[in-house]
Write a protein that binds this ligand. Structure first.
Ligand code: URP
Ligand code: ZN
Ligand code: ZN
Ligand code: ZN
Length: 471
């Protein structure tokens, strides 16, 4: 069949190779990879650029109910648009089960919000928040077969945490069905204890958010989650790891033969707890959980990226507006850090930060960048090899990067629904300039030409064995 589009003269990178090639696209898929492709199809000139698999951000929150009077700053439209500008072609948002309701009810609502509104492809993770017998016994197994093959459980947040007993039962269903479980590891009782102490002492500014969630509460919960996974004998993903102590738990678990995938995020590489000490309430802009820590923890997380403790690099995009009563300056009126909604925006800046700080500064090579930002996400969550690589037959989801582009991160230049970036002022070398989704040029030389609705929902496949080989 004739080609629809040719990407010419680029340097192509996958998780394993870097090579000079043209790419031929037809019917939304990659059909040819060759030194030179002729033909009269439309051409994108990638001379001097890198041609990478479109980014997959497998940890994104949009339109998620976040507590009374609090509204998330992004819906599917603004969230996926921002993701696209940052070089992503697939994002995986969370679908939150509300207490007393079914997972299917939640999915119905999220699909309705997403339908016709996405600029990237999407696939869902479930948040299991009410693991009743019916949910675990019937609903979840059916959903895993239907393409909802990953789920997250929380060990923290009063209204989300599961008990160890509930986590064990959920892990057991994952073992039976091949679902992939992500765990948010922080010890809720220890956090509550520390919050009460800080409030009693009148220490209620945003910085106390970090003090009441020290590395020890994350380390302990990480150890516990890995122990529960060991007891059930099922692989597990430890998400948003912030420090070296938790990394040690992952490494030790691996040495005991536990299958564990580690994820870290930009905030743990370039922010610290000191950022929460801003003037007035400014520190609220950096409130996320686990909190950013110190320079030593940043170095530890870089080492984890370099050595493979981490296989996933995600944004944990969870945006709230700062100058808004329904966001970081929430209706409870600044009385305490405990009311600041947890989460920061970052879906657009995730890959530029890792490219600039990682690839351009020589910490990681291009294949490792591709693995951390695309390939491993597709492999871990059942979207590979249709997504996450450049290969014959794969979806033509591509990001063309200009490695020379110099930018300073300014929220004014970003496209999310928040009103600030925690990375404001960070100088970046390298940015995606053209983004192609299913063979359609969505962003051309920095300009949006795609439309909402061009992105679609994609079901994910369950694991068949343990975790598939990592790139
Ligand atoms: O603070 C954060 N990370 N908010 C998002 C929800 C989560 O725990 O991932
Ligand atoms: Zn979390
Ligand atoms: Zn304190
Ligand atoms: Zn998250």
């Amino acid at each position: 069949r004739p080609l629809d589009l040719i990407i010419r003269n680029g340097t192509v990178a996958t998780a394993s190779d870097v090579f000079r090639a043209d790419i031929g696209i037809a019917g939304g898929r990659i059909v040819e990879i060759a030194e030179r492709i002729e033909g009269d199809a439309a051409v994108v000139d990638a001379t001097g650029k890198y041609v990478l698999p479109g980014g997959i951000d497998s940890h994104v929150h949009v339109s998620q109910p976040s507590g009374e009077g609090i509204v998330m700053a992004d819906d599917f439209e603004s969230g996926t648009r921002s993701a696209l500008y940052g070089g992503n072609t697939t994002v995986m948002p969370f679908c939150l089960q509300e207490k007393g309701k079914s997972l299917r009810e939640a999915l119905k609502a999220y699909h309705a919000l997403a339908e016709g509104n996405c600029y990237t492809d999407i696939s869902f993770h479930l948040i299991v928040n009410d693991p009743t017998e019916a949910v675990l016994g019937q609903e979840l197994p059916a959903l895993v077969r239907d393409g909802y093959a990953s789920l997250k459980v929380f060990m923290t947040y009063e209204d989300l945490r599961l008990s160890d007993a509930e986590i064990l039962k959920t892990l057991d269903v994952a073992r039976e069905t091949g679902a992939t479980v992500m765990v948010h590891c922080e010890n809720e009782d220890a956090i509550r204890f520390l919050i009460e102490k800080h409030e009693a002492a009148g220490d209620v500014a945003p910085r106390a958010h970090a003090s009441t969630r020290p590395a020890a509460v994350e380390r302990e919960a990480t150890h516990r989650a890995l122990t529960l996974a060991e007891i059930v004998d099922v692989p597990v993903v430890i998400v948003h790891v912030s420090n070296g102590q938790s990394m040690e738990e992952i490494a030790r678990a691996r040495s005991r033969g536990i299958e564990v995938i580690g994820e870290t995020c930009p905030q743990y590489l370039v922010l610290t707890a000191d950022d929460l000490s801003g003037m007035d309430w400014e520190g609220a802009k950096f409130v996320c959980s686990p909190p950013p820590r110190d320079k030593a923890a940043q170095q530890d997380c870089w080492r984890g990226i370099e050595t493979g403790v981490f296989d996933l690099f995600s944004s944990d995009h969870c945006p709230f507006r700062y100058d808004d009563e329904r966001g970081k300056l929430n209706p409870k009126g600044r009385r305490s850090f405990r009311h600041i909604p947890n989460g920061i925006p970052g879906v657009e800046t995730r890959m530029p930060i890792l490219f600039s700080e990682g690839v351009m500064k020589g910490r990681i090579d291009l294949p490792r960048f591709v693995a951390l930002t695309a390939t491993n996400h597709a492999r871990t969550y059942g979207l590979y090899p249709q997504k996450g690589t450049i290969a014959i037959g794969a979806d033509a989801d591509l990001a063309i990067w200009d490695p020379q582009a110099k930018r300073t991160i300014r929220h004014a230049d970003l496209h999310d629904g928040a009103d600030y970036s925690p990375y404001e002022g960070l100088e970046i070398t390298g940015w995606p300039t053209t983004v192609i989704l299913g063979g359609r040029v969505m962003i051309c030389d920095g300009e949006l030409i795609g439309r909402k609705g061009d992105g679609a929902y994609r079901p994910a496949a369950a694991r068949t064995t343990a975790f598939p080989a990592k790139a």
